[in-house]
Design a protein around this ligand. Structure first.
Ligand SMILES: NC(=O)c1ccc[n+]([C@@H]2O[C@H](COP(=O)([O-])OP(=O)(O)OC[C@H]3O[C@@H](n4cnc5c(N)ncnc54)[C@H](O)[C@@H]3O)[C@@H](O)[C@H]2O)c1
Length: 332
């Protein structure tokens, strides 16, 4: 039996990972989450109380973190300020949580000699041209564009330094864009799905040519579980499922699956410094650790996600009006 501490386990991907581990392992999971606007306790509803414990707290709280690390075998670190748009309007919380928070956890991992896995993003690599045949690999130089991605890049470098300087037993994964259940309605796919459910026209930034490499959150979780089990200490693994799509295609596909005309959406002002294209080459994870994604087909994963938002309006409705009011105030 493994005792895991999952930071940010009430957020989108962290909660998917907690569900995944309860279903696919005998791990006991402690979730540490500050319940910012992005955290939702309800994302952990229905999980067995004898397997999952929730601790409401901040990863920058060194005393609490120290206490929690003493009681577990391994830590998976999801907690972050994660929304690019917010980082453009208010960068400070991104430095506190993503940099100081990660530092606080690393110091505890060092003191207690705990296995540590750091969750990061492909956005640390910057972006690619639309016609560039290359994809990101573990060798791609860091070139982040936004306050969000630069603080994630900084946190990755802290992890590498704590491995090299202090022998912390850590691994890092950089994953492409996730979709699936429990994602906040501020994010691109849930925003469009819940707009259609509410009878609001979807909103597309600019011309919608920006390409993202989509992966279902369940596949991200299985990849992290594989790295925890078989990953080599000090190594970085890129996680992706060959799901490149431009934003215009995604909006049109959502409308089609939801029975609406494919062109029933509006164009809004583009995001400042909007990265053009992300694309992941996950060969290392697949060949060295034997991981494969289960959702190879974006359409079926998207249809399942649309069903989830239709069936779980009580989960997302409380955040919807405030989110749309915020976007409206920015003309988006
Ligand atoms: N969403 C994606 O597509 C994606 C892709 C690759 C990597 N990631 C990474 O995965 C991780 C999780 O992303 P997400 O989309 O689930 O984000 P999210 O915003 O949905 O969840 C973040 C969670 O962290 C918690 N949190 C924030 N600050 C905290 C603090 N100081 N102390 C404790 N808890 C705190 C929030 O309450 C929330 O529950 C992040 O590290 C992100 O960089 C996300």
């Amino acid at each position: 039996m493994t005792r895991l501490l999952v930071t940010g386990g009430a957020g989108f991907i962290g909660s998917n990972f907690v569900h995944y581990m309860v279903e696919n392992s005998d791990a006991h999971v402690s979730v540490l989450d500050a319940l910012t606007y992005a955290g939702n306790r309800a994302s952990l509803d229905g999980l067995p109380k004898d397997r999952v414990r929730f601790i409401h707290g901040d990863i920058t709280d060194a005393e609490l973190v120290d206490e929690l690390f003493a009681d577990v075998d391994a830590v998976v670190h999801y907690a972050a300020e994660s929304h690019n748009d917010n980082s453009l309007h208010s960068p400070r919380p991104f430095l506190d949580t993503n940099i100081v928070g990660t530092y606080t956890l690393l110091e505890a991992a060092r003191k207690h000699d705990r296995r540590f896995h750091h969750i990061s993003t492909d956005e640390v690599y910057g972006d690619l041209e639309l016609d560039d045949p290359q994809r990101f690999t573990e060798q791609t130089p860091y070139n982040p564009s936004s306050p969000y991605s630069s603080t994630k890049a900084g946190s990755d470098l802290l992890v590498r330094a704590w491995v090299r300087s202090f022998g912390v037993r850590a691994t890092i994964s950089n994953c492409s864009n996730n979709y699936g259940p429990y994602q906040h309605v501020e994010k691109f796919i849930p925003r469009q799905i819940t707009n259609v459910i509410r009878g609001i026209r979807p909103k597309l930034y600019g011309a919608g040519e920006n390409v993202r490499d989509w992966i279902h959150a369940n596949d991200h979780s299985s990849a992290v579980a594989t790295i925890l089990d078989k990953g080599v200490i000090g190594e970085t693994y890129l996680i992706g499922a060959d799901g490149e799509r431009n934003n215009k295609d995604v909006v049109e596909l959502i409308l089609e699956i939801m029975g609406q005309p494919r062109d029933a959406y509006d164009h809004v002002t583009d995001r400042a410094g909007h990265d053009l294209r992300y694309a992941i080459d996950s060969t290392k994870l697949r060949t060295e650790l034997g991981w494969t994604p289960s959702f190879s087909d974006f359409e079926s994963g998207l249809a399942a996600t649309i069903d989830w938002y239709r069936e779980n309006e009580s989960w997302w409705a409380p955040a919807k009006d405030a989110t749309e009011a915020f976007y409206a105030s920015k003309g988006q």
